[in-house]
Ligand binder design. Sequence first.
Ligand code: CP
Ligand code: NVA
Length: 308
Amino acid sequence: MHSKDIISMFDVNATTIWKIFKLTDSLIQKRKSGDDYAPLKGKSVALIFQKPSTRTKVSFEVGIWQLGGNPIYLAPEEVGFGTRESIPDIARVLSRYTSAIVARTFSHEDIEALAKFATVPVISGLSDMFHPCQILADIYTIWKHKGSIVDVNLVYVGDGSNNVCHSLIVGCAIMGMNISIATPLSYPPDKSILEKAKDIALKTGSKIEIFEEPSQAALGADVLYTDVWTSMGQEKESEDRKKKFEGYQINKTLIDLAKKDCLIMHCLPAHRGEEITNEAIEGPGSIVFEQAENRLHVQKGILVFLMC
Ligand code: CP
Ligand code: NVA
């Protein structure tokens, strides 16, 4: 029995993740062979977004459509989370019309409330604490490139306290990957997420390390990963963050410290010249656009896993 929802990385375990990856592979194969597999025929999925999105919105809409379902996008001004209507009421009403809900929220408590009151699966399209669909697609992408996941050394450079970093920590712990985080001392990962991930890591053999200095973390990296210094909702802190995160950048100097075949990853959108150089994102090790494409494939796997 698996969780009804995927709203945090703690809703999945290694068995779940491998099942989703196998489904992803078979869905890619079906589409390549021209099989019009439509398991979501007659089903609608609500997409509630409180923040802007390119990849998450489009990849879910296209994925639902490719599986024969009907995506219904609700923009921030339409739903009025907790202002026009309470979250429990939205959850209960949408559960009577649709077969699943994808939600991008500011606060993680909001998506937790949605999942609690919805009777259909709720999938996170990002909250301030987690971005599970992103990280599942990232791990899938690493697996496809490296052929194995265990013992991969992933180095994350940037904001240690954001949704992408939190999800990577837990995802690596679950899958037995090693993760080193290079982040300023004032932006550490959430304590409770880190503690829970360390408990998981004890069982899987994953190593979780935190560094202040990117050059120390990058030594021997198989994957260098970064994300924006300022996440959505933190725009007022942008100037201050630019000063605090200076030097937390994937660039040639850092890449030279990593393994020769090191992969460069970024969840996008990227701010070239801040957390990553143009040269790094366009360089030979970069897999960022394949990473973005895999959002579509893996989310189709997630939809079939939770809904069928
Ligand atoms: N990576 C990602 O989630 O992109 P969007 O914010 O464009 O959806
Ligand atoms: N940390 C970023 C991720 C964007 C996909 C944000 O929350 O804005």
